[in-house]
Design a protein around this ligand. Structure first.
Ligand code: SAH
Length: 233
């Protein structure tokens, strides 16, 4: 009996690995993601483990899925796209706002040196931290709170990723980005743009990449009036 259970687990692992391989080929590579390290991480991280068991069979489908508390795990392609934009090489200190399920956090942990992630819903943050620990990630630090003001004690960061959408670019996060660093975030209300920010010697370069739909960033982000420079060009 015990033997049968063990071999069923192995079958499941192999089956989910095969589903991941197709996910990468059909959803990620086919849509133009080329960074080999990003593709490798997407093929490696067991997305199903970040979901409740009744959703495991859908874990490698082409879309977001509910994770409770009105939140969602992001679509695999969007995770890959945002990660690729950060151009991680393995040496970076990364800040993530909106840990959610912890799936994107794991992808970042595969590709950077240290990941600092902030989640506003305590239950989600604790659950993600537990799963990440169980999967053996030792370079991830999860904090419960509002990510609007970043993580000043650990700043500056080489890269910053937001998984919840503010209607303007939070200044404290911009301040915590290292010169030469990259930040990727959805900006807007109902219709959002994924915005890539590069901090260069000459100043801040903002680039709108693709239209996206993320959950709104809660907390302090909702209190700040949007400034004219954040309005759609
Ligand atoms: N990449 C995650 C996406 C989670 S959805 C995943 O794939 O699972 C976005 C998350 O941002 C939600 O869990 C939400 O609770 C969180 N969030 C919203 N506003 C926040 C804020 N101000 N600070 C930190 N987390 C926030």
């Amino acid at each position: 009996m015990i033997f049968m259970t063990a071999s069923k687990h192995q079958d499941d692992d192999a089956r989910f690995a095969a589903l991941r391989k197709s996910m990468v080929a059909e959803q990620i590579k086919a849509r133009g993601i080329t960074d080999p390290r990003v593709l490798e991480a997407m093929e490696k991280v067991p997305r199903h483990k970040f979901l409740p068991p009744h959703l495991w069979e859908e874990a490698y489908d082409d879309g977001p899925l509910p994770i409770g508390y009105g939140q969602t795990i992001s679509q695999p392609y969007v995770v890959a796209y945002m990660t690729e934009q950060l151009q991680l090489t393995g040496t970076e200190k990364v800040l993530e706002i909106g840990t959610g399920s912890g799936y994107q956090t794991a992808i970042l942990a595969e590709l950077a040196k240290e990941v600092y992630s902030i989640e506003i819903v305590p239950e989600l943050g604790h659950r993600a931290a537990r799963i990440l620990k169980e999967l053996g990630y030792t370079n991830v630090h999860v904090r419960i709170g509002d990510g609007y003001r970043g993580w000043p004690e650990e700043a500056p960061f080489d890269a910053i990723l937001l998984a919840a959408a503010p209607d303007h670019i939070p200044q404290p996060l911009l301040d915590q980005l290292k010169e030469g660093g990259r930040m990727i975030l959805p900006v807007g209300e109902f219709y959002q743009d994924l915005v890539l920010i590069r901090k260069t010697e000459e100043g801040i370069i903002k680039e709108s990449k693709i239209p996206v739909r993320f959950v709104p960033m809660r907390g302090e982000a909702e209190k700040h009036p949007k400034s004219s420079s954040d309005k759609k060009r």
